[in-house]
Write a protein that binds this ligand. Structure first.
Ligand code: NAD
Ligand code: MG
Length: 398
């Protein structure tokens, strides 16, 4: 029987890679629903090609959306709008698999809705797990959702864990003889730039990632190393481990996607060309393997693997994330929201690159950290941090 897939954020970098993999396996999967916030022409093209039953345009007015699809003679499609539209498709009874690929906090409610309805959830939207960590993991357990990591590092760690991992998933991996998780980082475009030049880097320099082609927000996060910090928090929740268990290793070639060390001295690595179609295909088909359309690694070409420690002075976001994870409660949600505002402001050239960690730290220091045991508490912390970060942007603005 074919499995029905809902792609949240279908027009984005992960959304497009997901469609590329699905296209190769029409006998296994059908695209039931797609959503997009902007680039609606790209969404229309997706609808023409994949013929989903439902499309969601959260920011559009219903009559404008109806008109747009009529213009292209797409009539056999249900059109939903608003955040409720996203939640409806993510939890739809006819959906088996949800690809959570909206960027940022906007993905939280639909991803949580998919988890609460026990779907196979392919998690790319790391911000939703960073914000709601314990809550999302508890809901996954309670509702028997299969939360599978798409983030290449977490997917690699998942692949390096023993098979029994899925049975003990929520009690943590140390019981399986795991002694350490090595989270690899490319180091981003400014790995070798002197610290005093960071202040003047431009958004286009920050978005030019050496190995991966990604959306703008995650590209800036990779340049500040915030992405790795968010991934540290993501790993702690997914694999039920303390942040002390995770070492960040800079590996500029992005060939090893992460590693797991065992108490017997073994280090297991997952390797491959840097292409998100691999982790997407893995999470789609697990425990089976399907063709992702990615060329196999040629070790005679990629014969150089380097490793180094991250420069924590140059990239302070990494420690901010570690501290937020240690503090727990709403600290990660505060950190994430302040970062989203700071990154957006940097992309609009309102602040400089080095203001980003400063604003995140200020929000963490100013907003009270409370227990994150309910969704409204998390959303309140998110809003407070956005307000605070916005006021800093105005104060520091260029
Ligand atoms: P992107 O910017 O290319 O695409 C984002 C998608 O989300 C688009 O379809 C967009 O229309 C939609 N979207 C944006 N704002 C929205 C809103 N307010 N409401 C509803 N939909 C909205 O981003 P991306 O690079 O594909 O990343 C998506 C997620 O996957 C992020 O959380 C990112 O951290 C994660 N991720 C991406 C990569 C990668 O290689 N791109 C790798 C690992 C993890
Ligand atoms: Mg990653």
């Amino acid at each position: 029987m074919k499995q029905s897939v809902c792609i949240l954020g279908a027009t984005g970098s992960i959304g497009q890679s997901t469609l590329k993999v699905l296209e190769k396996h029409p006998e296994k999967y059908n695209v039931f629903a797609v959503t997009a916030h902007s680039r609606l022409n790209a969404l229309v093209e997706i609808c023409i090609k994949f013929k989903p039953q439902v499309v969601v345009v959260p920011e559009c007015k219903k009559d404008e959306a109806d008109q747009l699809f009529k213009l292209y003679n797409i009539d056999k499609i249900e059109i939903l709008t608003g955040e409720n539209g996203l939640i409806t498709v993510a939890s739809h009874k006819d959906v088996d698999i949800v690809m959570a690929a909206i960027v940022g906090a906007a993905g939280l409610l639909p991803t949580l809705a998919a988890v609460k309805t026990g779907k196979r959830v392919l998690l790319a939207n790391k911000e939703s797990l960073v914000m709601s960590g314990d809550l999302m993991m508890q809901e996954a357990k309670r509702n028997n959702a299969l939360l599978l990591p798409v983030d290449s590092e977490h997917n690699a760690i998942f692949q390096c864990l023993p098979e029994q991992y899925m049975q003990v998933q929520r009690s943590g991996v140390p019981e399986l003889g795991v002694s350490r998780v090595l989270l690899t980082a490319s180091g981003g475009p400014f790995l070798n730039m002197p610290i005093d030049r960071l202040e003047h880097v431009t958004p286009s320099q920050a978005c030019k990632h050496p190995n991966w082609s990604m959306g703008q927000k995650i590209s800036v996060d990779s340049a500040t190393l915030m992405n790795k910090g968010l991934e540290l928090i993501e790993a702690c929740h997914l694999f039920a481990i303390s942040e002390r268990f995770v070492t960040v290793v800079v590996h500029p070639q992005s060939i090893i996607h992460s590693m797991v060390q065992y108490i017997d001295g073994s280090t297991i690595a997952q390797m491959g060309n840097p292409d998100m179609c691999t982790p997407i295909a893995h999470a789609l088909a697990w425990p089976e393997r399907i063709n992702a359309g990615v060329a196999p690694l040629d070790l005679f070409v990629n014969h150089h693997l380097d490793f180094q420690e991250p420069d924590l002075e140059k990239f302070p976001t990494l420690n901010l994330c570690r501290e937020a994870m240690k503090a727990g409660g709403t600290a990660p949600a505060i950190l994430n929201a302040a970062n989203e505002i700071a990154v957006e402001s940097f992309l609009k050239e309102k602040i400089s690159f080095t203001h980003i960690p400063y604003i995140v730290e200020a929000a963490l220091n100013c907003i009270e950290n409370t227990k994150a045991d309910a969704l409204d508490v998390i959303l309140e912390a998110d809003q407070a941090a956005r307000k605070m970060a916005t006021s800093y942007v105005i104060k520091m603005g260029k």
